[in-house]
Design a protein around this ligand. Structure first.
Ligand SMILES: Nc1nc2c(ncn2[C@@H]2O[C@H](COP(=O)(O)OP(=O)(O)OP(=O)(O)O)[C@@H](O)[C@H]2O)c(=O)[nH]1
Ligand SMILES: [Mg+2]
Length: 335
């Protein structure tokens, strides 16, 4: 599985080059003045969003990222050249923390921005700078300044508008396959999905993104199953779809599923229950019309969920899916 959503690394900006101490030496000018140039500035380090990447796997092996040092100055007032900057590509939605203080530094969301993380040191001054009326032949020059160094933690929190949560096998991936061109694997066994998948839905006016994550099970918040570590990928979505399996293989009836899922979401640190969440009951193709109606009523009444927030669909046949999609679009773009 080459999906990695956390990484640790060190970034080092380049040091400034030192200033030169030098005197003009030319024919016929026996005592030339100081002509040592300044050192070049060290390179900066930036983060940049790479839209084609969705994992931090590149940081598994490489831990140190360094920009180039500035060159030293030289005679004839020649400044050293600046060290080149370093650009580190990360997936969209990567949040960068200071690993020592845990402070959030940058949220890499915009592919048009170069996010500066550490600044290169300024170059030192050459001795030409120190010439004055009282000292016409200074030897003094200064070293360059050190580049900044920072130890970082990177966390990928996918950016999606809608998140799918549900027990394994509820049909989340089948749904994403049906509505988008994303192709997460579908399986008749639990834990088919092992990493988040993002699918883009082309709405009537704009597109939006749905995130499918691995299924949750009871006790997920305490680490059971694949645990809740993937919930961070839906922590930034405005809307959650709680996927319910209407044809579960065990005794997890729909009401039980919703109750347990709500409990796990509540236990998550960002308290995901504060989001807008709708209930999506899947696999209606396997049930009688009468039963579908009753289940919906039961959910409405026993869990006090608004009728408009419950959807009965079949991700296999597509029944009810268009209605859900059009409501989703309205909700997402209502502002
Ligand atoms: N009859 C019927 N079967 C469905 C429907 N949706 C999904 N399935 C089946 O249910 C099984 C599980 O589907 P997945 O989409 O892999 O379920 P998931 O929720 O993504 O499961 P995990 O990745 O394990 O969390 C597969 O065998 C699907 O073919 C549906 O609407 N009707
Ligand atoms: Mg799946």
């Amino acid at each position: 599985m080459n999906f990695i959503d956390e990484a640790y690394l060190e970034v080092r900006a380049g040091d400034g080059g030192s200033g030169a101490s030098s005197f003009r030496r030319e024919k016929y000018i026996p005592f030339g003045g100081p002509d040592g140039g300044d050192g070049g500035k060290g390179g900066d380090v930036f983060f940049k969003v790479n839209q084609n990447s969705n994992t931090l796997i590149d940081f598994q092996n490489r831990k140190v990222f360094e920009a180039k040092n500035g060159q030293r100055g030289s005679g004839k007032n020649k400044s050293g050249s600046a060290g080149s900057d370093l650009f580190i590509n990360v997936p969209r939605g990567t949040v960068i923390y200071d690993n020592l203080t845990n402070e959030e530094l940058i949220d890499c969301t915009d592919e048009n921005i170069d996010y500066l993380i550490v600044k290169g040191g300024e170059g030192g001054h050459g001795n030409a700078r120190f010439k004055s009326s009282t000292n016409r032949a200074p030897r003094k020059s200064t070293p360059g300044f050190k580049g900044e160094i920072r130890s970082l933690r990177l966390e990928l929190k996918s950016l999606a508008d809608v998140g799918l949560v549900g027990f394994p096998n509820a049909g989340k991936s089948t749904f994403l396959n049906f509505v988008s061109s994303a192709k997460p694997k579908i399986g008749s066994y639990p834990f088919t999905t092992l990493r988040p998948h993002l699918g883009t839905i082309k709405g009537t006016e704009s597109s939006y993104v749905i995130a499918d994550i691995p299924g949750l099970i009871e006790g997920a918040s305490e680490g059971a199953g694949l645990g809740i570590k993937f919930l961070k990928h839906i922590s930034r979505t405005g809307l959650l779809l709680i996927f319910v399996d209407l044809f579960p293989s065990d005794d997890l009836n729909p009401m039980k599923q919703i109750r347990l899922l709500r409990k796990e979401l509540e236990a998550y640190k960002d308290n995901l229950t504060q989001k807008v969440s709708w209930v999506v009951c899947n696999k209606i193709d396997l049930l009688l019309k009468e039963d579908i109606k009753n289940i919906k009523k039961e959910i409405q009444e026993h869990l006090s969920i608004n009728e408009n927030d419950i959807f009965m669909i079949s991700a296999a046949t597509g029944e009810g899916v268009n209605k859900l999609l059009s409501k989703l679009e309205t909700e997402i773009f209502k502002n």
